[in-house]
Design a protein around this ligand. Structure first.
Ligand code: SAM
Length: 315
C-alpha cells in the first residue's frame, strides 16, 4: 500500500500538474480513477503540500518503461535557452530540433552533462541553435539576467521562491546564504520593504545579481556579498529569516546559520534526501529543538532522492 492523493475528478488535471511540478508524483505507479475520484501515487515519505487528503491504496505498477526522475521533465527553459538532461544523444538531438522548430522563443538548446564544483556550474554542450548562454528570465514578476555557463540557476524552484517570499514581512532582515544570482532575494525584495543580505562565493553570480537588482523595481533592498559564507557571516548579525539553498551540503552550515537566526526566526532549509537520510535529518533537527513548520518535496532528483524543503522555527 502506498500514499495517494485523492482528488475529485473535476479537479484532477490541475492537481496532477501541480503535484508533478512539486515533484510529489511516484512515476513508477499509475494514476488510478473511479467514478468520482482520481488517485495520484506519491513518492513515499513526502508530506503533500496540497489541499487534498492522502489515502493508502494498492499501487498499480506503471506499464510505461521506468524513466529516471532526473530526465523526467525532459527540458527546462530559461529565457531563449532550453536545457535537457536526456542521456540518449539521438533522442536529445531530435528533441532539440523539434524545440527550435516548434517554439519561436527558443533559439538555443544545450545538453546538460552534469553539475560540478563549488559554484555548482553546469557542463553544457550545444545541441541546436546559436551558442548564446546569456539569458533574460522572468519568474513571479522578477526579471533576472544570467549566463547559464557561469552560474547555477534552476527554474524548478520558482514556486518555492514565491512561497518563501509570501512568508516574509515588511521590516525584516533576511539572509540568503547560498544566493546564486539571487532569485530568492529578488523575489523577496520585489514585494517587501525589507533588507536581504545575499551571499555567494561565485563572482559571476554576484555580477548577474547586481544586474538584476538594477533591472527590477524592488520595494526592499538586496545587499550582495561576494564571499565564502562563513567569512561573510563574521561581519553580519542576527536575522529574522535565513534561506539555506545548498542542497548537497546544507547540513554542514546548519549550526552557523542557527547562530545568526533570532529566537522565533524561520529557517528555510533545502537538502537532497532519501527516506533513510530524511529520518536521520529529522532526528538532528529535533535534537536542536527546532519546530518543524513544513516538510515537503520541492522536486524529484534521482530514483531515490528528492529535494526536500524543511521550514523550521528557532524557539
Ligand atoms: N539559491 C540559488 C537559486 O535559487 O538559484 C542558487 C543556489 S546554488 C544550489 C548554490 C550556490 O551556493 C552556488 O551559486 C555557489 O556558488 C554557492 N556556494 C557554494 N558554497 C558556498 C560557500 N561556502 N559560500 C558561499 N557561497 C557558496
Amino acid at each position: 500500500m502506498i500514499d495517494h492523493l485523492k482528488v475529485p475528478k473535476g479537479m484532477a488535471q490541475s492537481a496532477i500538474e501541480r503535484a508533478r511540478k512539486l515533484g510529489m508524483v511516484d512515476n513508477s505507479f499509475s494514476i488510478q480513477t473511479d467514478a468520482e475520484y482520481v488517485l495520484i501515487p506519491l513518492i513515499a515519505g513526502t508530506a503533500p503540500f496540497m489541499e487534498y487528503p492522502t489515502v493508502k491504496a494498492q499501487g498499480r505498477p506503471s506499464r510505461r518503461k521506468y524513466q529516471p526522475l532526473d530526465t523526467h521533465g525532459a527540458f527546462d527553459v530559461i529565457g531563449h535557452i532550453a536545457i535537457t538532461k536526456i542521456r540518449n544523444r539521438e533522442k536529445a538531438e531530435s528533441l532539440a530540433q523539434s524545440l527550435i522548430k516548434a517554439n519561436k522563443s527558443i533559439s538555443t538548446v544545450y545538453l546538460d552533462t552534469g553539475i560540478w564544483g563549488e559554484y555548482r556550474i553546469r557542463n553544457l554542450e550545444l545541441l541546436a541553435g546559436t551558442d548564446n548562454p546569456v539569458a533574460m528570465y522572468r519568474e513571479n514578476s522578477v526579471v533576472m539576467a544570467l549566463d547559464v555557463r557561469k552560474v547555477y540557476f534552476s527554474p524548478r524552484l520558482a514556486t518555492e521562491r514565491m512561497l518563501v517570499s509570501k512568508d516574509v514581512r515588511d521590516g525584516e532582515e533576511v539572509l540568503d546564504m547560498f544566493a546564486g544570482i539571487g532569485p530568492f532575494s529578488l523575489n523577496i525584495a520585489r514585494w517587501h520593504r525589507c533588507t536581504v543580505h545575499a551571499i555567494d562565493s561565485n563572482p559571476d553570480a554576484i555580477y548577474y545579481m547586481q544586474q538584476s537588482i538594477e533591472l527590477n523595481r524592488l520595494n526592499g533592498k538586496v545587499i550582495p556579498h561576494n564571499a565564502d559564507v562563513e567569512a561573510a557571516l563574521y561581519q553580519l548579525n542576527g536575522f529574522h529569516r535565513i534561506i539555506m539553498n545548498l542542497p548537497h551540503d546544507s547540513f554542514r552550515y546548519l549550526d552557523v546559520a542557527l547562530q545568526h537566526l533570532h529566537p522565533g526566526g524561520t529557517l528555510y532549509y533545502y537538502e537532497m534526501l532519501d527516506i533513510k537520510t530524511l529520518e536521520e535529518r529529522m532526528e538532528e533537527l529535533r535534537s536542536r529543538n527546532l519546530d518543524l513548520l513544513q516538510k515537503r518535496v520541492v522536486h524529484g532528483y534521482s530514483s531515490r532522492e528528492s529535494m526536500f524543503a524543511l521550514w523550521l522555527r528557532k524557539p
